[in-house]
Write a protein that binds this ligand. Structure first.
Ligand code: SF4
Length: 319
């Protein structure tokens, strides 16, 4: 079993070293947009997982080996092929990793198990958490995320709100459209999501859309619709940054040479420090490409990194 992968360029997290801390394809949800296919094991919690979880020692050994090989890592990110908070020893793993690296540690979670105090506590030990919330009402939640029995979106939102008081969070909202199903982009569903965001008060909201999974009748939401939803959210939620994940097809990175792209990044950073998302939005460059060029520029000693209020920024250092 591969516990550690990458580092890979990530839209939000720069060069991200990934950790998959659970037996493959194990999750509390069965989302309509899931890319993992139908082979998932759907469970209510770790007590229903039959296979052993990677131990903190196995995880840290993998991270140590990867860091010895790759000098440039912006985040160590727990995510993987299912729900990472199913692993009951996450907090120990985070504490162990902190003993040998100062790289910030992030958690990507579907939020379902944050209602359990021990999971909330483990999540709060990360530097940054990216929890998902795709619905604000129970009916839409059941339709989009198809959770195991017993999960309540109201309880989950309250748990995310508690977490947001302890650690920076970027709330991910995955929006989908469909010719055949009611999804989560009608005005009522968006209204319910806005109510939950108002309760949670995340550090920022990240509006995303799916790639079409083969078995499901759902499609990506067009960019114009995402921008309209963002406009409504900005009107109803003051003080919370709402970001739209750029559509990956429209990228200037296919049109420009590497040296031109790097030059544009340097020029922008010379004006102001930027996050990878700022650069992707400002330059119209595919987010994964931005991560790749930032890694190269950092290796060449032309830029620096710093984490401020849970956000990773790049700064210009000079030629
Ligand atoms: S939470 Fe993630 S891994 Fe689980 S079913 Fe949904 S998309 Fe798939």
């Amino acid at each position: 079993m591969n516990i550690v992968y990458g580092p890979v360029p990530s839209r939000r997290l720069g060069m991200s070293l990934g950790i998959d801390p659970i037996p493959k394809l194990t999750c509390t949800f069965d989302c309509v947009y899931c890319q993992l296919g139908k082979k998932r094991h759907k469970v209510r919690g770790p007590e229903e997982v039959k296979e052993p979880f990677p131990t903190p020692q196995e995880i840290t050994a993998g991270v140590e080996a990867a860091l010895a090989e790759h000098s440039h890592v912006d985040y160590i990110t727990f995510s993987g092929s299912g729900e990472p908070t199913l692993n009951p020893r996450l907090k120990e793993a985070v504490e162990e990793i902190r003993r040998f690296t100062k790289a910030p540690i992030a958690l990507i979670t579907n939020s379902s198990l944050l209602t359990r105090p021990a999971v909330l506590d483990a999540a709060a030990s990360f530097d940054l958490v990216l929890p998902s919330l795709d619905a604000g009402d129970q009916e839409t939640f059941l339709r989009i995320n198809r959770p195991s029995p017993g999960f309540s979106i109201d309880e989950i939102a309250k748990a995310i709100e508690k977490l947001a008081r302890r650690v920076p969070i970027w709330l991910e909202v995955m929006l989908v459209k469909s010719e055949k199903l009611r999804t989560n982009i009608d005005p009522d569903s968006i209204g319910h999501i806005i109510e939950k965001i108002r309760l949670i008060r995340p550090h920022e909201v990240n509006l995303n859309t799916c790639v079409r999974p083969p078995e499901e009748p759902v499609d990506p939401v067009p960019e114009e619709t995402l921008l309209k939803i963002r406009e409504r959210m900005e009107g109803e939620l003051s003080g919370i940054p709402i970001l739209v994940v750029p559509q990956r097809t429209a990228s200037r990175s296919r049109l420009l040479r590497e040296d031109e792209l790097k030059e544009e990044i340097l020029k922008t950073l010379n004006v102001r420090p930027c996050t990878p998302v700022d650069l992707s939005d400002a330059l119209g460059i595919n987010p994964a490409e931005v991560g790749k060029y930032l890694a190269r520029l950092a290796e060449e000693g032309k830029i620096d990194r710093r984490v401020q209020a849970g956000q990773l920024y790049y700064t210009f250092k000079g030629e």
